[in-house]
Design a binder for this molecule. Structure first.
Ligand code: PLP
Length: 449
């Protein structure tokens, strides 16, 4: 069998798939500070109407504008690989396939939503976008997309990453964006954090507060988010649609779909098109994989919480570790957000999506084995899905079962070599977030109703 399963540009999906149409229950609505559902107009200060419509839509299929499809054609359809060499190394009867989202110019799946977000904003007459970035992949994706459609982009980059990943910063600047280390003294939110914690290393939640505050305060500026929200997961469903078609081409259908899960966008993207089949009665296991040191789905609480650290966003019903949770510094593998996509959370709560947390050393070990067999150096985030795939493939070896496993290789790790360096030097350790730390963070959840 071929190693790469390729599609033609004409096979780039023409529609996004909206999982809401197939969910057993309608999504829990976002709530305002008064505990009442917020209407779409509450979002109008920072998002264009077209994206707000997608955020609340229950239509199963939403057409992809032609100009967006043309821009996506720069790297899509992405290849599906059969991991022959990894299978051999494991001695497993399982068939392992991975969707390679590292082929985008920014090196991850994130441009799949950055491109349509920039396009809809330009169509709405917006000139600037503000956003946050943690590890830097989202900032890169939006900088690239802003450049494609003539929008200025300002990125609030979590301070520790800003200092640890200078080349991500330069990449964003190369695509024309402005980048600042968050917390900054340029916003109320940033000044508030700095007043209390002058040495704050920053967090995604804080950077979101800064970027959203700037967008709310300027007519020419909107905000763009790289994960969590319904419209972001919607845009990512081109991954799963392509993968489904590619597997069909070789007469395969997955028993299991694995993806790393931070805010849930690449997991939703690869898994939701298979959820459509599951909703129609087909058996397929959908597995979100997260780090043991930020175990949102496996140890968090399903509750209403803020999307940001300061409490500027509407309340979202999601699995959360508490909005002021700051992941331990020892954690090198990304996937650090305190919450998770409300859609993924609800499906997990209803038992339709599974989750597993994996310790740091096992993820890097899996990343190394993958690099040494398949060649591609995976993003530390992606290694979570590789590790859980390896667990399944090893279980197949013991049982003799030849499962078909699909995982999403969400990105490459070329800008994360410092994390690999620490791993190779033996400087990384496992860290299970202690129960007390989780209880403490959860004690700050907003009271609702
Ligand atoms: C951002 C990112 C993730 C995690 O975000 P999700 O929204 O959960 O997909 C995973 N892998 C890579 C390579 C990323 O850049």
């Amino acid at each position: 069998m071929n190693t790469k399963i390729l599609l033609d540009e004409a096979d780039i999906p023409t529609h996004w798939y909206n999982v809401v149409a197939d969910m057993p229950n309608p999504p829990a609505p976002p709530l305002g500070p008064d505990g009442k559902p917020v209407g779409p107009d509450a979002l109008a200060a920072i998002f264009p109407d077209a994206l707000i419509e997608q955020e609340v839509s229950a239509e199963r299929w939403i057409p992809i504008p032609d100009e967006v499809r043309q821009a996506l054609a720069l790297w899509r359809p992405s290849p599906l690989y059969r991991a022959h060499r990894l299978e051999q190394a494991l001695g497993t009867p399982a068939k392992i396939f991975y969707k390679n989202e590292s082929v985008s110019p920014a090196g991850s799946h994130k441009p799949n939503t950055a491109v349509p977000q920039a396009w809809y904003n330009r169509e709405a007459g917006i000139r600037r976008l503000s956003t946050e970035t943690g590890a830097g992949q989202w900032g890169c994706a939006l900088s690239l997309a802003g450049q494609m459609f003539g929008l200025d982009v300002r990125v609030y980059m979590v301070k520790v990453s800003y200092e640890q990943k200078p080349y991500r910063r330069t990449m964003m600047q190369t695509w024309g964006a402005e980048v600042f280390a968050s917390p900054t003294d340029m916003t109320e939110s940033g000044r508030k954090v700095l007043a209390e914690h002058p040495e704050s290393p920053g967090s995604l939640g804080i950077a979101i507060s800064e970027a959203a505050e700037e967008a709310a305060g300027r007519d020419d500026t909107n905000y763009a988010l790289g994960s969590v929200l319904n419209h972001v997961l919607l845009h990512q469903t081109i991954i799963g649609q392509e993968a489904r078609k590619q597997l069909e081409k070789v007469g395969e259908y997955p028993d299991e779909v694995h993806a790393p899960c931070g805010g849930g966008s690449n997991f939703g993207g690869v898994a939701f098109p298979f959820f459509a089949d599951k909703a129609a009665g087909r058996e397929v296991r959908l597995l979100a994989v997260e780090p043991s040191s930020c175990p949102t789905l496996t140890k968090g609480r399903y509750a209403y919480d803020f999307g940001d650290a300061i409490g500027l966003t509407p309340l979202l019903k999601m699995f959360t570790l508490g909005h002021d949770f700051v992941p331990p510094g020892i954690h090198a593998g990304g996937l650090r957000y305190h919450g998770d996509s409300p859609l993924v959370s609800q499906l997990h709560q209803e038992g339709l999506v599974d989750a597993v947390a994996i310790p740091q050393l096992e993820t890097f070990e899996a990343g190394l084995l993958f690099a040494r067999t398949e060649g591609i150096i995976p993003a530390p985030e992606s290694t979570h899905a590789i590790a859980s795939t390896i667990r399944s493939a090893q279980a197949c070896k013991e049982s003799g079962e030849a499962k078909t496993i699909l995982f999403n290789l969400s990105g490459h790790g070329h800008f994360d070599m410092a994390a690999y360096e620490h791993y190779l030097a033996g400087d990384l350790h496992n860290y299970d977030l202690p129960k007390e730390a989780i209880e403490e963070a959860l004690s700050h959840l907003p009271k609702v109703g």
